[in-house]
Design a protein around this ligand. Structure first.
Ligand code: HEM
Length: 564
């Protein structure tokens, strides 16, 4: 009897406890809501059009239960309905979407609004405080150190690696002839191989299965981070830690960090052993010194990209040539190790790891998606593919010789095809910033309040009819000089723009030209799926949720005109 009473008493107090907790929680939320309503964030945020927000949740429920491909559609629908500036509330968090080039320039061209939004924090366990995420003095000093390692003279020394790996992938793709296959698997593999070699110095001979495991791990990590973006309960660390995703993430990070640490360790050992023996390894600067003085020959003003990107002021085009020469800069990882060892730059082994991981992530999935889209689109638009091939035939004839840097400068039509692909299917479909200060934009003179997250909708801007006559039609001529010269520079920002633009832009364009031209000299691509049936998923990197499925057939090496 006494036991029963005790249990009843327990139920009673447990019920009471639950009741009071609920009351407290509800009053807390009501207070929070009232406070939010009085805040400047709320006042200024609600001057901007957007869907009706419900108390506490805001508009967060719009994303509930949606698949990534559905989220893309929802996002685009709202942009269509509310115009170039749209606001949404994720709980108490204000998110403002900008889809107009003039407004976007205000943010991207600024040296003040350079802080990334909290969404990037999901990358932290992986990339730490690497260039993509870091801010303030750390970002500035690392950017200053890293940008010159992507100098065009250094990139030219990678031509051999680009060629060899492109040849390797052509050989691998031979087994796919006659089948329908997902070309992204091949593009992902070759991209990792190239990055391992150019950024970390691991060659195919020295790498083992770890390269493949690494590529797989990177893709799966992107998927987990993406889930954390749109499943809002996974945003909370204390919930995330109790889900299977966390366990999986720990395993994947072991693979990724395991490889990076291994490479850094072995490079450092080699560096120290060489130094002890008095051997100073040749610097990339020395390897590229055969480039004639004063020849800033990206073919410079001659490439299509040079004209297209010239108004997006970043630090990639404004490096003092002499400065690079005098300081004898090395490749990315070598430079980092040397800097750390010689005390030239205050960078720790841990920071080196963060930067290497960042380059491997940023350089990998973006180019893999970009090249896969190009091959699919050419598979759909056979007339455009024929023009690309004719240009290649003019440069190479039916020879199998490797691509030279000068050849890439002549690939004007292929370059326009790549740029048009990056316009319609930008691998990074949105960029987000957290505002530290209020900022006034041009559209309706809206003031975006400090504390808001600004999302720059690259995908949407690239398809804005204000800037492109037929925005949903794949037309490489959009990048003819007569069409680019009067267009707003910020209407084409696949690599972002301004001080925080992509440091690997020139690397990516050069690599894409070598890789794609080598594939297209050997195969014709065919897509049985028309472009309007491509299903896009708004992953961190824009991809096709239906896979990048194509067929290939070996090339008959004659120009298209000879076939008629
Ligand atoms: C088609 C290929 C590529 C595209 C479309 C692309 C796009 C971008 C974009 C949009 C950003 C800005 C992201 C943001 O602000 O949130 C960015 C940053 C960055 N990218 Fe790329 N990228 C590409 C290739 C590469 C390659 C090949 C590398 C290196 C090998 C690279 C390294 C980086 C780094 C380190 C940053 C951070 C820069 C900073 O914040 O200072 N990217 N990229």
């Amino acid at each position: 009897m006494a036991i029963i009473e005790e249990i009843q008493g327990y139920h009673f107090s447990a019920g009471r406890l639950l009741f009071y907790t609920l009351i407290l929680l509800t009053s807390g939320l009501v207070l929070l809501y009232r406070k939010q309503q009085k805040s400047k964030l709320y006042r200024l945020g609600n001057k901007i059009p957007g869907p009706i927000a419900i108390p506490i949740f805001g508009n967060a429920l719009l994303a509930l239960g949606k698949k990534p491909s559905e989220l893309v559609k929802v996002g685009l629908e709202y942009a269509e309905r509310y115009g170039d500036v749209v606001r949404g509330w994720l709980g108490t968090k204000l998110v403002i979407f900008l889809n107009d080039a003039v407004d976007v320039e205000v943010i991207l061209n600024s040296h003040v609004h350079i802080d990334k939004s909290s969404e990037y924090n999901f990358f932290k366990p992986w990339l730490g405080e690497g260039l993509l995420i870091s801010s303030g003095a750390k970002w500035r000093s690392h950017r200053k150190m890293i940008a010159p390692t992507f100098h065009i003279n250094i990139l030219k020394s990678f031509m051999g690696v680009f060629n060899q790996n492109s040849k390797n992938v052509v050989e691998k793709m031979q087994s796919e002839i006659g089948k329908t296959f997902d070309v992204h698997d091949h593009m992902s593999g070759v991209t990792v191989d190239i990055l391992l070699e150019t950024a970390m110095g691991i060659t195919r001979k020295t790498q083992d299965e770890s390269g493949f495991d690494y590529a797989m791990a990177v893709m799966k990590m992107c998927d987990i981070i993406h889930q954390r973006h749109y499943k809002f309960w996974l945003r909370l660390d204390f919930i995330f830690k109790f889900t299977p995703f966390f366990k999986k993430q720990t395993k994947l990070l072991n693979i990724i960090h395991g490889l990076t640490n291994k490479v850094i360790k072995s490079k450092k050992e080699t560096f120290l052993a060489n130094r002890a023996k008095g051997i100073i390894s040749p610097t990339l600067e020395e390897l590229t010194k055969e480039v004639p003085e004063g020849d800033n020959s990206e073919g410079s003003s001659n490439t299509v990209s040079d004209n297209v990107f010239k108004g997006l002021r970043d630090d990639l085009d404004f490096i003092d040539e002499n400065d690079v020469g005098e300081k004898k800069r090395l490749a990315f990882l070598d430079l980092m190790i040397e800097s750390a060892q010689n005390g030239t730059n205050d960078i720790t082994d841990h920071e080196i790891k963060e930067e290497v991981d960042t380059i491997m992530f940023e350089g990998h999935d973006t180019t893999a998606a970009g090249s896969s889209f190009v091959l699919c689109l050419l598979g759909v638009h056979q007339d455009i593919q024929a023009r690309v091939y004719d240009e290649l035939y003019e440069i190479f004839g039916d020879s199998d010789r490797p691509v030279t840097f000068e050849d890439t400068v002549r690939m004007k039509y292929l370059e326009r095809v790549i740029l048009e692909t990056l316009r319609m299917y930008p691998p990074v479909p949105v960029i987000a910033r957290k505002l530290k200060h209020d900022v006034q934009i041009s559209t309706n003179n809206y003031v975006l309040p400090a504390g808001a997250t600004v999302v720059i909708g690259t995908y949407k801007i690239h398809r804005n009819p204000k800037y492109y006559k037929n925005p949903n039609v794949f037309d490489p001529d959009n990048f003819l000089p007569e069409n680019t010269q009067n267009r707003h520079y910020y209407s084409f920002i696949p690599f972002s723009a301004g001080p925080r633009s992509c440091v690997g832009r020139k690397y990516a364009m050069l690599k894409l030209k070598v890789l794609l031209s080598t594939i297209l000299r050997n195969y014709r691509t065919i897509s049985e799926i028309p472009e309007e049936k491509f299903e896009l998923k708004g992953d961190i990197i824009l991809k096709r949720s239906d896979g990048f499925r194509i067929k290939i057939e070996p090339r008959t090496r004659v120009p298209s005109s000879a076939k008629i």
